[in-house]
Design a protein around this ligand. Structure first.
Ligand code: G3P
Length: 232
């Protein structure tokens, strides 16, 4: 089977995607600072990188860097009389390039995942659909998102990396997703901290990683990003 064409990976591949979540040290100006480190170090390493700041910081980060800036969640409705929701168009208008969908810390009903992936596509944005297990990954991959991130919730935020603690989760997801959506790039996340964790994930067939606390809780976010990039 020929390798998927690159346009099926609008954020690049292999990809380091940094989710800032809403960690206290990653809000406001700190989000911009970390995004600039990520852009500088990703460019120097020749690795595709992207960042998902807290929603209120998305516009300021997108104005500060050229790398893709993603939302951590979008809502399925179209723009209109909706209060406090985040339609895909508002992310595009702020300079965003995509969004996480169904992250285990912000899960949505499976039927809504398809709607959100469609709405993101209509707005010209890349969907990174998240799944907690390989069977769920297989089901959600049918919606044709360019990226599918497998993250065992029990490892999120911990110091055991999915690629060393649960390697079979990555290989099962890569095989499952390839069977239903061969152009979708599988990312993996949860507990990834070291370059060896990244290298192992790529050896297992992942096309990138989704990471948070290795950087957001690091004494030196810059050094933490360098460590991760060394694994690509
Ligand atoms: O979105 C990525 C995140 O859920 C992984 O968290 O802290 O284990 O890298 P962490």
């Amino acid at each position: 089977m020929p390798p998927p064409s690159t346009e099926t990976a609008p954020l690049g591949r292999p990809l380091l995607l940094l989710n800032l979540k809403v960690y206290p040290g990653s809000l406001g100006p700190a989000a911009e600072r970390v995004a600039r480190y990520l852009e500088e170090l990703g460019r120097a390493a020749g690795v595709s990188v992207a960042i998902a700041p807290a929603t209120p910081d998305l516009g300021r980060v997108a104005a500060a860097v050229e790398i893709p800036v993603l939302a951590q969640h979008v809502d399925p409705m179209s723009p209109g009389a909706h209060t406090g929701f985040v339609p895909a168009e508002s992310i595009a208008a702020a300079g965003g390039r995509g969004s996480l969908v169904n992250h285990s810390e912000h899960p949505i009903r499976p039927a809504l995942v398809a709607a959100v992936v469609t709405r993101l596509g209509e707005a010209g944005l890349a969907a990174v659909v998240c799944a907690p297990t390989p069977p769920v990954a297989r089901r959600l991959a049918r919606y044709g998102a360019p990226y599918l991130a497998i993250e065992p919730p029990e490892l999120i935020g911990g110091d055991r990396a999915v690629s060393t603690a649960r390697p079979e989760v990555i290989t099962e997801t890569v095989e499952s997703v390839r069977a239903v959506a061969p152009s979708t790039s599988v990312l993996c996340g949860a507990g990834v901290h070291r370059s060896a964790d990244v290298r192992r994930a790529l050896e297992l067939g992942a096309r990138g990683i989704l990471v948070a606390s290795a950087v957001t809780r690091a004494p030196s976010p810059r050094a933490a990003i360098e460590e991760l990039l060394a694994g690509f």
